[in-house]
Design a protein around this ligand. Sequence first.
Ligand code: ADP
Ligand code: SF4
Ligand code: MG
Length: 388
Amino acid sequence: MSTPAPEDRKDTMVESAAGQPETPAAEAKRGPAIATRERRQGLINPSGETPYLVVEDLTVKFPTADGVVSAVNGLSYSVPLGRTLAIVGESGSGKSVSSMAVMGLHDRKRTRITGSIRLGGDEIVGLPENELMKVRGDAVAMVFQDPQSSLHPLYTVGNQITEAYRVHNKVSKDAAKKRALEMLDLVGIPNPQRRFSQYPHEFSGGMRQRAMIAMGLVNDPKLVIADEPTTALDVTVQAQILDLLNNLQKEFGSAIVLITHDLGVVAEMADDVLVMYAGRCVEYGTAEDVLARPRMPYTWGLLESIPTVSAATEKLRPIKGLPPSLLNLPTGCSFNPRCPYTDRVKGERCTTDLPELLPVDGAGAHTSRCHLHDKASIYEAEVAPRLG
Ligand SMILES: Nc1ncnc2c1ncn2[C@@H]1O[C@H](COP(=O)(O)OP(=O)(O)O)[C@@H](O)[C@H]1O
Ligand code: SF4
Ligand SMILES: [Mg+2]
């Protein structure tokens, strides 16, 4: 997304100063132009519900010896409580880096972060470390691909969940233990009393993942960020963990940001979908819009490169080439070196102009970043038949 003009930004800040973007009725009163701009900036969720997490124009850069790595560029999205946003994209597209920024996990000395991240209206970009730590445990929890990175090998699982609870709640050891046992039970770990005193290495991969989810959710966080939570697990356990996250969301009503490269997981879990390419959002909308009516060649490529039941006999069509270096992005659309549709765009725009993230139907919550004029007809005539 291009950086809004200064007067635009001021205007946006005023309207969202309380961090509470308006209801659709209020939006209608203020006029469609402003509403469309706010949608583009992620301030209004595609569902129209008031978001809990609002990420606005987030940029994350790493100065390195080889130059500045632009890992995340002008990313905006929002997630209401009880809703799941899936962030999808190939490896290296900035999914984890953007989510670590929401958790405030980047090393401040080595990272340049600009933009705004608000949780329930409170800004967290620029918060001092001690305040961030409080937010991290209280309001936000992160579930990683590899439970080893969160579970300490030398402490029992029960102890770690108990301590995670006591850091944020002034309760006795017994009360905390009771809570930890409840959580182990809730995440489907059989015989919690016995499991409580075991070490992480005594758990199977799936059980460790459950234990980490128990630890993440012990403080009843409003936002859960799950970064490839099932990638390391076999398919059956993967389905169980996704079910568990779904059920816990119903119980706790939390907002979930689910990071994955697996569109099968997206179809299963997501209410909204954001497709990332080379640090930028290239398509964003409800899962139904993005999966059933995708409007960006990169999203088409992702969909065509997954095996589906109906297309099982067809050859898969992986996206040709590799994502660009984030040290030196191509000019114009970052996808242009790999895109099979550049000759359908007049002139050289694909290689000279960065497309803006715009509503696919001229208005509305489904946005994509592509210069093609006839995205809908190309999708219907050429891409959809290949998807089967
Ligand atoms: N601390 C860092 N310093 C320099 N580059 C980094 C750092 N952390 C991540 N990157 C780069 O940022 C890009 C995005 O990474 P990441 O968000 O982890 O991708 P993914 O979408 O696979 O989660 C990658 O090119 C990665 O190499
Ligand atoms: S802007 Fe051009 S290069 Fe980028 S996705 Fe659209 S057609 Fe392809
Ligand atoms: Mg990642």
